[in-house]
Design a protein around this ligand. Structure first.
Ligand code: C5P
Length: 227
């Protein structure tokens, strides 16, 4: 069968990446987490002192953006995708609350989006890819053959993220995560450059009440229909 591009967009913490990862594995496609790329740029800014009092030094970031190289590699043991920033595995570090609370500011910057969108389009050249994010179906791959837009209530999303972080041994407060989820919804939907929006031809999935397995089955059906 022909290879296609699958775009999965939606709100933060709605399980997009779990769905996308499972689907990619099941159909033998490459999975790309575009959010991890925005997180990696954010981590770079934190590590290199580009944030002062929560404000980002935009001119400095513009000078350095060409020196920020992001790539993905599968972990040999777990077979899970790992994010690399300038050759260093940052998979854990990009998931902290500090990065989560700053990433929406970084992802609103036009030249950051331009640089990352170019890289994402390059990664999709050969098709056979599942990419998740906010603007994949609208901006990165407007011609993609299968577009899904995922949503779930903020409380359910915060609870999922909370459980995930607690399971990893991180110390977090539910209220803080809920606030972060709502803040990011607002910022992602209201930014000027490619805001989070459902593409007209995206299939809507509210997964508030679905199990991971149910989502996987649903997604596989959509894939069968699209190919
Ligand atoms: O998907 P995840 O929650 O890890 O994404 C982190 C942040 O990166 C989002 O809140 C959003 O600000 C930004 N992002 C984006 N465009 C994408 C993917 C993520 O702006 N395609």
């Amino acid at each position: 069968t022909r290879k296609i591009i699958i775009a999965i967009d939606g709100f933060s913490s709605c399980g997009k990446s779990t769905m996308a990862k499972d689907l990619a594995r099941a159909i033998g496609y490459i999975y790309i987490d575009s959010g991890a790329m925005y997180r990696a740029v954010t981590l770079y800014c934190i590590k290199n002192g580009l944030f002062t009092n929560g404000e980002i030094n935009i001119p400095e970031l513009e000078l350095r953006i060409k020196d920020i190289h992001i790539s993905f590699k599968l972990d040999e043991k777990t077979n899970l995708p790992q994010t690399y920033l300038n050759g260093e595995n940052v998979e854990e570090e990009i998931r902290t609350m500090e990065v989560s609370s700053k990433v929406s500011r970084v992802s609103a910057i036009d030249f950051v989006r331009e640089a990352l969108v170019n890289q994402q389009q390059e990664m999709g050249k050969e098709k056979g890819i599942v990419m998740d994010g906010r603007d994949i179906g609208t901006t990165v791959f407007p011609e993609s053959e299968l577009k899904i837009f995922v949503t779930a209530s903020p409380e359910i999303r915060a609870l999922r993220r909370y459980d995930e972080m607690v399971a990893k041994g991180m110390e977090v407060k539910f209220e803080e995560i809920l606030k972060n989820v709502k803040d990011r919804d607002y910022q992602d939907q209201n930014r000027e450059v490619s805001p989070l929006k459902r593409a007209a031809d995206a299939i809507l999935l509210d997964n508030s009440l679905l199990t991971v397995d149910e989502q996987k089955d649903w997604l596989l059906q959509q894939f069968e229909k699209a190919t």
